[in-house]
Design a binder for this molecule. Structure first.
Ligand SMILES: *Cc1c(COP(=O)(O)O)cnc(C)c1O
Length: 451
């Protein structure tokens, strides 16, 4: 029998009537393997910290989302939101499942092209498309989603010069009961700006109005907000056909579905409160189908779901650097990853699991990252077992936004490894080294050593 580790006893102040917002906080179960691959083996091979992405979860989640919508609406197309995770291997799995690309910059656009996606399967969103980006999109026949009038005028000028037609949609913002409103993007519905934009487009020889787009927010927990947004876009589409003679081919509802991570300060855990794909699909499909389109003339429904599609496939595997006591007696555990690579810890209460077997005894602990800055906190006051230097920890649901928003700060960004369906592992982005970071730096001659 293995000898049990000695743990110092601690005396804790009893706080009557203070069990925390959701009762006594449960201690999280250890995660010692992922898809039957031991955490210890992964860290031995790829270092700590490291990200792991599981291919089967990506494909299963995609199919779940697709079925939810396809079983309720006849014409559905997903477009992968590049900014949520634009590692090529990840994008290619989504494309292999049939997803188009949704991009918000020239950089992302080029990434999609290099992933083999033709222009006619690229949706080009965002407020910052340069004239060169627009020209590339026009030549490729991509779907250009206009964000503001300045962009529209640039595109009108450009297409007249090129004598080429551009396929365009407008992004529409609106009141859906979600506040603050995201009215900085696109054209407003309520004040008539969206309609003005459509009329203007309809007069242009070289702009072909093909769709309507919205993206009402991110981590939107209300299905009602989607129903309202879909209803307003459908109304605009019907009005465009009737009054402008322009048939809208697609309605793009953007992204924004929640993942199962719990927001900081949330009263209940996400899995108790958040809608699933079926509920979102119900709300959106019903709103469009009952808007008054002829049954055989329903527009294609496009979805740009990011977060909800990829979060569950990502894991962050790290380890303990040190355990200490703060001056007020609280326990602090220092981890080898910080907010630099787990950016989403700014808005989520991430679940941090021990990566090895632990004793039953847990204590309120604050988990810090390794950065030399005070805001580097991964979790405040988590009920956590005693881990010692070198012990592994696992953070599930980190697939969305971390591998695009991570910062290069103080240290290198780690390996990202894909675990494929056959249980094989592949580095899909290798750990940075000094040369990677120095590549773009230039030392002026006067600072170089004299000969
Ligand atoms: C970021 C973004 C998405 C994806 O949003 P999620 O909240 O991750 O689903 C989709 N469409 C647009 C235009 C975006 O900017």
């Amino acid at each position: 029998m293995e000898k049990k580790k000695f743990e110092y006893p601690v005396i804790k102040r009893f706080q009557p009537g203070m069990p925390g917002k959701s009762g006594i906080q449960p201690t999280l179960e250890p995660i010692t393997e992922i898809n039957n691959i031991p955490i210890a083996r992964l860290q031995e091979e790829y270092g700590s910290p490291m990200f792991l992405i599981t291919e089967n979860t990506i494909r299963d989640t995609y199919q779940e989302a697709l079925q939810a919508f396809k079983s309720r609406y006849p014409k559905v197309q997903f477009a992968w939101s590049y900014k949520t995770n634009y590692l090529d291997a990840v994008c290619r799995i989504f494309h292999d499942e049939g997803s188009w690309a949704e991009v918000v910059s020239g950089f992302e656009y080029n990434k999609a092209r290099e992933n083999g996606i033709p222009g006619k399967q690229i949706i080009f969103n965002g407020p910052d498309k340069s004239r060169d980006d627009l020209e590339m999109a026009v030549r490729d026949g991509a779907y250009i989603h206009l964000d503001h009038f300045d962009e529209m005028y640039t595109l009108i000028e450009l297409t007249e010069e090129l004598k080429m037609k551009a396929k365009v949609a407008i992004r529409v913002n609106m009141d859906t009961g979600i506040y603050p409103k995201w009215d900085r993007f696109g054209f407003n519905y309520e004040n008539g700006e969206a309609w003005e934009a459509l009329k203007k487009i309809a007069q242009q020889e070289f702009l072909e109005l093909v769709g309507l787009h919205t993206h009402i927010g991110t981590y939107v927990m209300s299905t009602q907000a989607y129903a309202m947004a879909a209803k307003k876009l459908a109304e605009l589409a019907l009005r465009a056909e009737k009054n402008l003679g322009k048939k809208i081919k697609y309605i793009d509802m953007g992204g924004g579905f929640t993942s199962m991570n719990t927001l900081k300060g949330a009263y209940h855990s996400a899995s108790d409160t958040n809608p699933g794909f079926n509920e979102y699909a119900d709300a959106i499909s019903f709103a469009i189908m009952s808007a008054g389109f002829q049954q055989n003339e329903l527009p294609v429904l496009i979805l740009e779901t990011g977060r909800a599609m990829i979060d569950d496939s990502g894991y962050l595997l790290g380890s303990v650097l040190a355990t200490k006591r703060l001056t007020d007696g609280r326990r602090a555990t220092v981890l080898d990853f910080g907010v630099n690579i787990l950016f989403t810890s700014f808005w989520y209460d991430h679940e941090v699991h021990p990566g090895c077997e632990v004793s039953d005894y847990a204590e309120e602990t604050t988990l810090y990252g390794p950065l030399c800055m005070n805001i580097d906190v991964i979790r405040q006051n988590l009920s956590f077992p005693l881990l010692k230097k070198g012990d592994p920890v696992v953070v599930p649901r980190v697939g969305a936004y971390n591998m695009t928003q991570w910062m290069q700060f103080i240290t290198y960004r780690p390996n990202v490894v894909l675990l494929d369906r056959d249980g094989n592992t592949h580095i899909i982005k290798r750990k940075e080294g000094l040369e990677d970071l120095k590549r773009a730096e230039i030392i002026p001659d006067f600072l170089k050593p004299k000969e």
